[in-house]
Design a protein around this ligand. Sequence first.
Ligand code: SF4
Ligand code: SF4
Length: 486
Amino acid sequence: MANQLDIESGIPVARSAPAATVGLGMPGYGPPPAPAFDTHHPPDAALLADCVHCGFCLPTCPTYVLWGEEMDSPRGRIDIMKGALVGDAFDASSVRHLDQCLGCMACVSACPSGVRYDKLIEATRAQLERRVVRPRAQRLLRAVIFGLFPYPRRLRVLRGPLRVYQLTRLGRLLARAGVLGRLPAPLRAMESLAPRLGRVHPLPERVPAVGTRRRTVGLLTGCVQGTFFPDVNAATVRVLAAEGCEVIVPRRQGCCGALSSHAGREPQALRFARHVIETFERAGVDTVVVNAAGCGSNLKDYAHQLRDEPGWSPRAEALSAKARDIAELLDELGPAAPRHPLPVTVAYQDACHLAHAQGVRDAPRRLLRGIPGVEVREIAEAEICCGSAGTYNLLHADFAHELGERKAAAVLATGAEIMVTANPGCWMQVATTLARLGHRMPVAHTVQILDASLRGVPADELRRLALDGPGTVATATAATAAATTP
Ligand code: SF4
Ligand code: SF4
């Protein structure tokens, strides 16, 4: 279990502190660009000036909580940006502090001055991506991640071999032989995070509403959600139809660009955004529904991302205005279908890109509490990220481990039977961490709990599926190896 920072004394005691704060054992970068920022959308000086250095954000910032290092806090990072804006060069240390930000936006929620750190880090990341020469191993890792995860077809190709790997329990053999434990941390993380794969039943392109149609909605199926968690999409379609929505699932919708935009890969992100806009314009829907928090927050940001492209700006605005998280939409519509009792206790985990980036906190809780028999328990330190953060648990696997352990301990402390979350990244991160610590726990998406209630699925069956069904922890393989590797 990671040691935690004593905020009062400010003493960082997390295992990763020496590497993270002073860069011990970490690789260097190429020559610093001069000036640090180019003229294409540098961070906005007026937004930077909004920070009054009050420090209210510090206790909610996961990297500050881990290491107690000012430069790994929101205001420290804002200072780096301010310096760069007036001509300071990016050195290895400033790039490291900026890279180590999870982009969780907890600081945006906490800031009483309304500092738009989300916009600041988004602009800074794009500059870093364009201008900083990263070490070779990092470039290679990024090329693999961003050449694979935002491409559903490539992910589908990976499913077959991965399923064979899981079914043959090859991972266990490799773990016992010590092979997995010797892999580089990002590869170990990829292996251990992969959820148990089940069969994929393709969704129909159009599903009529049950009873009177209240809305025509389009479903964004998502790259990781669609490939590794198809049951969540199936449950989403069933619930929407039961609640009076005609559901359109456009074919070949591609990636929404969330992973790319959160990593500063602007050209790739914008290419994906334009395709998604065209796809849902053609579908002619009133609302675009999203069931993965990171994707939802990205769709709502299209208006900003495409703000200076004349042909696209109004279309992006229209798409952003139509985007809704599934919980947000269902809450807006109000219940129509009868709920069957479901006696379970659930720990609801706020995904950062739902709670902080979209401000959606009450709607999922209301949906869950609206099911007779469901008891919702709150997780301590709900505002602190679990360490998943898009690709963070692959790019910074060691830091993510510590945050995952912190979140897993908080989830266990609730004593709930099932953890509920609205993001595939959080799901994999927390479920895998719990398993690594020897506490396998059922995990489900909010919409799957509602789906179980609407269909009258018994609580035992729901618990069983959420523990051993598709999308659950596959096996304790690399996770175990990593936990036992000094
Ligand atoms: S970002 Fe906001 S909360 Fe944090 S130091 Fe600046 S003004 Fe204060
Ligand atoms: S986005 Fe998250 S990790 Fe980054 S500075 Fe804000 S609170 Fe800290």
